[in-house]
Write a protein that binds this ligand. Structure first.
Ligand code: HEC
Length: 148
C-alpha cells in the first residue's frame, strides 16, 4: 500500500514537472493550424515538414533557434514560397520549448520518418539560448541546412 502511494506521488510529481507540449501548441495553432498543415502561402506546414528539417545536419539546433528567436525572410516549404515572420518564443522556459518541439515532432509522426529521433531536452535549449540571434540570423542558419 505504502509503495503504491509512493509510486503515485512520484508519477504525479513527474507529470507536474513536465511541460505539456500539446497544450503549448495552442500558441502555434492560430498560424500553423491544429493539424499542423499551416495555411499555404501564409503559414508553412509543420506536419511532414519537421521531418525534412530534422533530417538535415544541424536541423535539430535550427528548430530550437527558430523557436527561441523567430524567423524572418523568404523561405520555401513543400514548393510554396513564404515571406512572413515567425514570432520569437524566448519567453517560454527551456522545458516548454523542448516540450512544444517534441509535440510538433511526434504529433503527426515526423519522428518516425527520421533515423533515431531523440526527444528534445531543456538542456539543449538552455545551451543555445545564450547565443541571442535575430530572426534574420536564424534565416542565415536555415540557409546552411540546404533547405529551400
Ligand atoms: C503569428 C503566426 C505564427 C505563430 C503564432 C507561430 N508561427 Fe511558426 N512560423 C510562422 C511563419 C510565418 C513562418 C515562416 C517565416 C518566414 O516566412 O520566414 C513560421 C516558421 C516556423 C518554423 C520554421 C519552418 C522552416 O521551414 O524553417 C517552425 C519550426 C515553426 N514556425 C514552428 C512554430 C511553433 C512550434 C509555434 C508555436 C510555439 C509557432 N511556429 C508559432 C508563423 C507563426
Amino acid at each position: 500500500m505504502k509503495r503504491t502511494l509512493m509510486a503515485f506521488l512520484l508519477l504525479g510529481g513527474l507529470a507536474l514537472a513536465q511541460a505539456d507540449g500539446a497544450k503549448l501548441y495552442a500558441q502555434c495553432a492560430g498560424c500553423h493550424q491544429a493539424n499542423g498543415q499551416g495555411l499555404p502561402g501564409a503559414f508553412p506546414a509543420l506536419a511532414g515538414h519537421v521531418a525534412e528539417i530534422l533530417s538535415k545536419q544541424g536541423g535539430r539546433e535550427y528548430l530550437i533557434k527558430a523557436l527561441l528567436w523567430g524567423l524572418q525572410g523568404q523561405i520555401e516549404v513543400k514548393g510554396m514560397k513564404y515571406n512572413g515572420a515567425m514570432p520569437a518564443f524566448n519567453g517560454l522556459k527551456d522545458e516548454e520549448i523542448a516540450a512544444v518541439l517534441n509535440h510538433i515532432a511526434t504529433a503527426w509522426g515526423d519522428d518516425k520518418k527520421v533515423k533515431d529521433f531523440k526527444p528534445f531536452t531543456a538542456e539543449e535549449v538552455k545551451k543555445l539560448r545564450a547565443q541571442k540571434l535575430t530572426p534574420q540570423q536564424v534565416l542565415e542558419e536555415r540557409k546552411k541546412l540546404g533547405l529551400k
